[in-house]
Ligand binder design. Sequence first.
Ligand SMILES: [Zn+2]
Length: 248
Amino acid sequence: MRLTVLGCAGSFPGPESPCSAYLVEAEGFRLLIDFGSGSLSTLQRYVGLHAPDAILLTHLHCDHMLDAVSYVVVRRYAPDGPYPPLPVYAPAGAPDRLAAAYGQENSTVEDVYQFYGLEPGTFPIGPFSVTVDRMNHPVETYGVRLEHDGRVLCYSADTAPCDALVRLAQGADLFLCEASYLDGVDNPPDLHLTGREAGEAATKAGTGRLLLTHLVAAWGSEAHTLESAAAAYTGPLEVVRAGATYEV
Ligand SMILES: [Zn+2]
């Protein structure tokens, strides 16, 4: 598997990166996981406007899904379009939320997207075996485990500490984990992880490599987040950047 980070800014786009979007490729199939604010730009820069063969939205917070609304225009009105409906795996409310955000009265986006509701379990998307489970976040949110050819990539989505995250990441070769919060601050509960908590989850799960994401550039400190994660996890560790690629 090959992972390309299209966007990794937490909560709102940062000066150096759009919000969450990750392209995972195997056998020529391209799965886009999350499609946050601004990431339609880097989709074009790093892979191509029509690259995705399927989309998975972990949850319906705008920093994880809003550019799936802009992408309706790309699919529906392309000079060589309209393009055939693209599979979208997402929480059950996605069709209405995307249509509402698109903003036309009585509009639908189901000419552009073929929706599949997520629920905890394992299912195939293209060449990937995909397992999703509910995370600890205020809206219906799914962490994702992708398996292909004996290799495992796990993505936390947004979550506070929970057993489901550790189960999902168990033995993953690469663990892409959010680290939104700084340690030592009075953080709201049941929302996000600190670097230390991401490191603790990686250690409990025995992951091979930890990639930290979803830092909030304006409020955080990359150095602090790395340091606190390294105090809890001794494996290879880094903060991801838009445009970075990883072989899994
Ligand atoms: Zn969220």
